[in-house]
Design a protein around this ligand. Structure first.
Ligand code: G
Ligand code: G
Ligand code: MN
Ligand code: NA
Length: 254
């Protein structure tokens, strides 16, 4: 009896849920986006974090199917919030390499948008740097198809890969997410502060939006504000939370 076995049918049994973590404007603290983060409510073990079960789903070739559920659910949820008259925000969905290269991702995104009625500009896809070790030509082509549909693309965990700058040169991105390992040391480490300063300048010159991830303290936020970083995400504003709490946060914005 293993976690792996329990994963079979977990999606069909309704054991998966999405939590959402706000991305927030530094200037006025309004919510600009919500990152959807997958959670598994295991019948006996309780809430299981994605770091534990996503690798298992990938190993068993199930992430494509679960990823489609994530896309559909996030789009339906965002469309429902908009229909309730809540302030409009982006919903950001993480994509794994399997979904991107083997999951007919263009079709999956189109289906999720069609089914939900969500306008494409309110969906953002987060690609991680490790995604793109594969064939760059295929990657660029798929990204361009997604862009042509009107969805936004962001590069997650920016700065941690081996060819971060190469990606900026080749890929049609809208946004980069500065990895939280940089934010963690930004206040105390000069080189880290210099790197973040440069990333923000680069993003400005390339017309890319920028979100700093993993902001946990007021000092980190103040530093980022001085550096003209427009958006942050992190425990300081909110942890990833359930739908009902997101609705409270969105209502407070009105
Ligand atoms: O809160 P956190 O533990 O949720 O997320 C851990 C990791 O799992 C992050 O790297 C995040 O990108 C990844 N992750 C969370 N939800 C999803 C998802 O729906 N799809 C994919 N591919 N990765 C996810
Ligand atoms: O890889 P990705 O950026 O998708 O991962 C999102 C992960 O980051 C989730 O596991 C989420 O819980 C975590 N996270 C979000 N905000 C913070 C934060 O302020 N501090 C830390 N340590 N982790 C965070
Ligand atoms: Mn992410
Ligand atoms: Na990240």
């Amino acid at each position: 009896h293993t976690l792996s076995n329990d994963l079979y049918g977990a999606c069909e049994r309704g054991e998966f849920a999405l939590h959402y973590q706000p991305q927030v404007s530094v200037s006025d603290s309004s919510i600009t986006g919500l990152e959807a983060l997958l959670r598994w409510h295991h019948p006996t073990e309780g809430l299981i974090q994605p770091a534990l079960f996503i690798p298992l789903l990938e190993e068993h070739g199930r992430m494509v199917e679960v990823g489609r559920w994530v896309l559909r659910t996030a789009c339906l949820q965002n469309a429902a919030w908009q229909a309730q008259g809540l302030p409009k925000v982006r919903v950001a969905v993480n994509l794994s390499a399997q979904q991107f290269y083997r999951g007919d991702i263009v079709r999956a995104v189109r289906d999720a948008l069609d089914e939900s009625g969500l306008a494409p500009e309110w969906l953002e896809l987060e690609l991680t740097e490790s995604l793109t070790l594969d064939d760059t030509e295929v990657t660029v082509r798929v990204m361009e198809e997604l862009k042509a549909m009107g969805v936004k693309l962001s590069l997650d965990d920016f700065g941690t890969g081996w060819s971060s700058l190469g990606y900026l040169r080749r890929f049609p991105l809208d946004r980069i997410k500065i990895d939280r390992s940089f934010v963690r040391d930004i206040v105390n480490d000069h080189s880290t502060a210099a790197i973040v300063h440069s990333i923000l300048g680069l993003a400005r010159d390339l017309n890319l939006d920028c979100v700093a991830e993993g902001v946990e303290t007021a000092e980190q936020l103040e530093h980022l504000r001085r550096e003209n970083c427009a958006e942050i995400q992190g425990y300081l504003f909110s942890r990833p939370v359930e739908v009902a709490q997101i609705e409270d946060l969105l209502r407070q914005m009105q």
